[in-house]
Design a protein. Structure first.
Length: 824
């Protein structure tokens, strides 16, 4: 609060007090309340003055504001002396409001806050009594009994003595209950307070207690209608005036306490121990529970005087911490009772006076903390530490005796050359000599301690002009680990070499495999592909296609959408048309396999096979099967036609001859005999035709006598001169002989029909497990094996036996039909 605000509020308070006094002096209805009004005006000034001082000196404490508001409320009591009916009636209705603010002041002291439910209930009850019950009493009481000469009550609804008396009784009972509750709260707080807190509460609680007790007595006497009631009320108002005075006493006590700062300065100049500093500060603050902790900047924590780390100062359990700073940096903290927070100026003065001494003590605490930390660090180290003279004499040790080269009683005072092996002692002494360079020296050596050969590492530093410190660590486990690590590294290198060879082998297999391999990412973009795919498509595996969608590079345009969908949605077996670099379409059967590469990135392997030739062969097989079926049907039709036109007609004629002969046997024996001879001739011709027809189906001579005689029969029946140049003497498998026979038969038929040849040659041989059938003529040539059904049928028959049929027919150079049929 600024000084200007203080002046303004004080001026307003003086005006209000003057107005109150004026009303009391010029009133037309002086009575017992006139003196009360004058005292209340004086009390209001005292409360406002105390509140302004408190607010100005302690801006963070709400008590100052509460006292100012309570002081202005006390001026309302003077309204009862007004000659104006409205002002008089309002003053009477609000006459108890100052006491409600007094209740707030009592339970909120010393912080200005309502800190528990009981305090809040008391204040709420007080304002209910003053703000509800008292105005209600004014509504039903004409006030003539208490103010016979006063103006009319403008708020009167209807004078009802019984109702107003009931409200008055409720007012008195409520006030007594609230007073009792306030006494309980004050007693409880007093009992819970420690000595510093009681010094703060004492003056105010004395004034509060006197006022409350006198007020309660006045209420009881008023209820009993005792004449001494007015006297006790005057005493209660007098006690009320002591409340703001108690605050002045508190301020005076603070001033007196600050005089201890000078004494503190004198005491701090004579302290010898950190405990003396704490005791001096405790006496200056009047708080024997004071603790002093010191801030260690390097560790960012607080320590006690002995250097032991402490947790951050806690502000719980009624304790507070006052940080002491010097040159803007924290040096210590004073842990004190929270009641001292009501006097921050005192804390600031004590902290300022003790800052220098605390800073010095902070350095001591920091050294103690550092020493303790280093001591704990050294004790926690697993190393053996040896103190040795520069001449090599052992002076002291710290650590595990099991790491010593000799028992302690045999080690101390002896030379290193008498204890350690010569090479180890010499190496350590060379390091001692090199300490003059200023750098830390280290050496490794071996010792046999008990049954074990152990490895040690010694770090050597100069600890004084004549001494050195050896920090010795057992590194046997590390040495064993190093050996094991080298073995594991060798094994790892061997495994890596094997993996590298396996990787190279797999890469070579993939590159050499006839299958198509293409590695793509999750979007279908090309990463790399193998040599077979390069050769099949005619596109190199280089940066020009890396990163491109594989269906855009390899697949025919009309099937790219299907391939893209299959890749993302149905990655199973697929068969689509791809296009080579020169535009040639091929059929590829492919599938997708998910993988993960060495960088854990998702990849997909497309494996495929060029099935164009297989598809062509499958198509040829389907065509061959269709031709075989068609040939069989045509052969059946030919047999049916030949039987119908030949043998069947002759058999009909024979039947007719026999019937005619039967009719002439009795009448014309000679005619019957003639008919029988004609029937016999007709039967002979029918049998000959059936034999020819049977040879067309399967020659009986081939089954009975073999391939060579069957071929001789074909040669003899051919209209073109044919020479059987060679034929196997041994029998061949039945299906091979049949195929060879029909190849020769069809070839000789074509020679007779189309070649215009003068001669032909037939040759059947065995060559490396195959029967080779060859028919050659000297005709015009130019035969097309795909033009007629005869040669196609032969090819189907030969290929059905895993054989091969070839036709060479150069125009003007004759024709050669060659068939190779597996025999074994």
């Amino acid at each position: 609060m600024s000084l200007r605000t203080v002046v303004v509020i004080w001026t307003v308070a003086l005006v209000a007090a003057g107005n109150a006094l004026a009303l009391a002096l010029v009133t037309d209805h002086r009575d017992s309340l006139t003196g009360n009004a004058i005292l209340m005006a004086i009390g209001g000034l005292l409360f406002v003055a105390g509140g302004l001082v408190t607010r100005y000196r302690r801006p963070g404490n709400r008590m100052g504001l509460v006292m100012i508001v309570a002081g202005f409320a006390w001026f309302l009591g003077s309204f009862t002396q007004s000659n104006i009916p409205v002002v008089f009636s309002l003053g009477t209705a609000l006459n108890d409001l100052p006491w409600a603010f007094f209740a707030l002041l009592v339970v909120a002291y010393p912080t200005g806050r309502l800190e528990d439910a009981a305090s809040k209930a008391i204040v709420a009850g007080a304002f209910f009594v003053a703000g509800v019950l008292r105005p209600a009493w004014v509504l039903f009481n004409d006030l003539r009994q208490t103010h016979p000469k006063a103006p009319d009550n403008v708020f009167l609804i209807e004078h009802r003595s019984a109702l107003s008396e009931a409200i008055e009784t409720a007012l008195q009972v409520g006030a007594l209950v609230l007073i009792a509750a306030a006494i309980v709260v004050l007693v409880r707080r007093w009992r819970a307070a420690n000595a510093p807190r009681r010094r703060t509460l004492g003056p105010a609680y004395l004034a509060f207690g006197a006022t409350i007790i006198l007020l309660a007595t006045a209420l009881v006497l008023q209820a009993l209608d005792v004449a001494a009631n007015e006297l006790v009320q005057w005493a209660a108002l007098g006690a009320l005036l002591s409340v703001p005075l108690s605050f002045a006493v508190g301020l005076l006590r603070t001033r007196l306490a600050r005089a201890n700062v000078g004494t503190l300065v004198l005491e701090l100049g004579e302290v010898r121990e950190s405990r003396d500093i704490r005791d001096a500060i405790a006496r200056a603050l009047g708080d024997p529970s004071v603790e002093v902790v010191y801030w260690i900047p390097e560790s960012s924590w607080y320590v006690d005087a002995e250097g032991k780390p402490l947790p951050q100062p806690d502000e719980s359990d009624g304790r507070r911490a006052k940080v002491v700073e010097r040159r803007g940096k924290p040096v210590a903290a004073i842990i004190h009772d929270e009641s001292l927070g009501d006097d921050p100026e005192l804390l600031d003065a004590i902290a300022a006076a003790a800052a220098l001494a605390l800073e010095n003590e902070q350095r001591v605490a920091a050294l103690a903390e550092s020493e303790g930390r280093h001591r704990a660090l050294l004790e926690a180290l697993p190393d053996l530490m040896l103190r040795m003279s520069k001449g090599g004499i052992y002076l002291d040790y710290q650590g595990n005796e099991g790491d010593l080269a000799a028992p302690p009683e045999e080690l101390i005072g002896r030379s290193i050359h008498d204890v350690l092996p010569p090479d180890a002692a010499a190496a350590i002494m060379r390091c001692v000599e090199r300490l003059s360079t200023g750098s830390v020296q280290s050496v490794e050596y071996q010792l046999r301690i008990g049954p074990l050969n152990r490895h040690f590492e010694a770090r050597i530093v100069a600890s004084s002009p004549d001494e050195v410190l050896l920090i010795v660590r057992d590194i046997s486990d590390r040495k064993r680990s190093e050996v094991q690590l080298r073995r594991l590294q060798d094994e790892l290198r061997r495994r890596l070499d094997e993996l590298g060879r396996e990787r190279d082998f797999v890469r070579d297999v993939v590159q050499a495999a006839p299958s198509l391999f293409c590695l793509v990412d999750k979007d279908g973009r090309i990463v790399r592909f193998n040599r077979s795919l390069e050769e099949t498509i005619g596109i190199g595996d280089d940066d020009h296609v890396h990163g491109e969608l594989f269906w855009e590079v390899f697949v025919a345009p009309e099937e790219r959408d299907d391939v893209r969908r299959n890749f993302h949605e149905r990655p199973g077996e697929n068969e689509t048309r791809w296009v080579t670099a020169d535009g040639r379409p091929i059929t590829v059967a492919w599938r997708v396999t998910p993988l993960v590469d060495e960088a854990s990135e998702p990849r997909f392997l497309i494996t495929g096979m060029d099935v164009t030739e297989r598809k062509r062969q499958e198509e040829e097989i389907r065509s061959s099967r269709a031709r075989i079926v068609e040939a069989a049907s045509a052969e059946r039709r030919r047999l049916e036609r030949n039987l119908h036109d030949g043998a069947q007609q002759r058999l009909v004629s024979i039947s007719l001859f026999l019937r005619l002969a039967e009719g002439k046997v009795q009448t014309d024996p000679e005619g019957a005999e003639q008919l029988l001879r004609q029937a016999g001739d007709e039967l002979s011709r029918a049998l000959e035709e059936l034999r020819e027809l049977a040879r067309g189906i399967h020659p009986a001579i081939l089954t009975d006598r073999g391939l060579e005689p069957a071929l001789q029969s074909l040669v003899l029946r051919s209209p073109v001169p044919v020479t059987l140049a060679e034929a196997p003497e041994e029998r061949l498998p039945e299906n091979v002989e049949a195929a060879a026979y029909y190849v020769v038969a069809e070839a000789l038929t074509n020679v007779a029909k189309y070649s215009q040849a003068s001669a032909a040659t037939v040759r059947v041989t065995r060559d490396n497990g195959r029967a080779v059938v060859e028919v050659a003529d000297d005709g015009v040539g130019g035969a097309d094996p795909t033009a007629g059904s005869g040669l196609r049928g032969l090819a189907d028959r030969v290929e059905a036996l895993d054989g091969r049929l070839a036709v060479a027919s150069r125009p003007g150079g004759g024709t050669t039909v060659r068939a190779e049929i597996p025999v074994d």
